[in-house]
Every structure is written in structure tokens, then in C-alpha cells.
Design a binder for this molecule. Structure first.
Ligand SMILES: [Zn+2]
Length: 188
């Protein structure tokens, strides 16, 4: 698939919306992304993750993703690689491997996520894996929104690099002609 075809799949799935949005950060933006909207179609998730799989640098024994965004990506990537899929989740605010999930020392682990902005959750998941004895030398994400400004301490393989323009409300050019709406409201 070309980059344009992949982006079109996000638009067709309403995983990227164009408009005038008020983000949870308070900033305004002309686009909004919600990866869950494309991953809700299993065939589209399989297609995108197959493309991501084709870009991986290494071979892996296990896939791990941080909940919630990383769970579907972990599952589908693991299904295609023929290995188990685990996920990390927060316990009292701290990222942890729960549910009896175990990693054997020396296992090569691919850590995945749907979208990164700072990569904070992915880095925490990596630390869980490393603490358990796993080896992590690559993270794979569908969408990298970091613009290179992430905290990950391993190389990141991404399907798409997308940077959304955001504005302080006082400087938002879109505010001249429309009112910002909160994504997730019923009119979306
Ligand atoms: Zn605005």
C-alpha cells in the first residue's frame, strides 16, 4: 500500500477527521485522529499491521503492547507473526504485566502501539518487558505523531508519520470562521 492509500483508509474509517476541534489539552486543531476507528474493522487492522510487519527490523518471540491502544495491535501483529500477544496495563498508576503474563529471560520482544505522541506509555511497557528479562530493540507503531520528539530509547518503526497542526485558542485561525467542537461529541 502507498502512504496515500493508508491515509485514505484512515479517512474512510473516520479515524482521521477534518474540521475544527478542541483537544483535551485545550489546544485547537484542524484534524483529529482516533486509531480505534480504523482498528474496529478487523480486515483493515490486518491490512495495516501486515504493512507494519513488513517494515520490522528483527524477528520476535513475543509481542507486547500497552493497554488500551496497544492491545489490538499486539494481538493482530502476534497473530501474523505466529507468536503470543501480551499487554501491559496500569496498576495504581504504574505500568505492569499482570494476569499471570510472563516473559522468559532472553526472549526477543516487539513492543507495539497504535499511536505515539511522546511515546511515554510505550517506554513504560518496554521497561516492564526489560525488567522481566525480555530483550527489546525495536518498537513498532501504526502512527508516529511525535515529529521525532519522543522519549523512546529504542528505534521506532512506524507505518505513518503524521503531524497535526495545533493552535492555542487565542491564535487559532479556524476560530475566525467556526467554533471548535470536542471530538467524541454526538455530532461526530
Ligand atoms: Zn479554534
Amino acid at each position: 500500500m502507498t502512504r496515500d492509500e493508508m491515509i485514505q483508509l484512515f479517512y474512510d474509517s473516520q479515524a482521521i477527521l477534518k474540521g475544527h476541534f478542541q483537544l483535551t489539552s485545550g489546544k485547537h486543531a484542524n484534524q483529529y485522529m482516533q486509531c480505534a476507528q480504523v482498528l474496529k474493522y478487523p480486515d483493515r487492522a490486518a491490512l495495516l499491521i501486515s504493512e507494519l510487519k513488513g517494515k520490522l527490523a528483527g524477528n520476535y518471540d513475543l509481542v507486547v503492547g500497552p493497554a488500551i491502544g496497544g492491545i489490538l495491535v499486539s494481538y493482530e501483529m502476534a497473530r501474523q507473526l505466529g507468536v503470543p500477544a501480551l499487554f501491559t496495563e496500569r496498576e495504581n498508576g504504574k505500568m505492569a504485566l499482570r494476569r499471570g503474563f510472563q516473559i522468559q529471560p532472553g526472549q526477543r520482544v516487539l513492543v507495539v502501539e497504535d499511536v505515539i505522541t511522546t511515546g511515554g506509555s510505550v517506554q513504560e511497557a518496554i521497561e516492564c518487558v526489560v525488567d522481566a528479562g525480555g530483550i527489546v530493540d525495536e518498537a513498532a507503531v501504526l502512527v508516529d505523531r511525535s515529529g521525532g520528539n519522543h522519549v523512546l530509547q529504542v528505534p521506532v518503526t512506524s507505518l505513518l508519520e503524521i503531524q497535526l497542526a495545533t493552535y492555542d485558542p487565542s491564535e487559532c485561525p479556524l476560530c475566525a470562521t467556526s467554533k471548535a467542537i470536542k471530538p467524541g461529541s454526538r455530532n461526530l
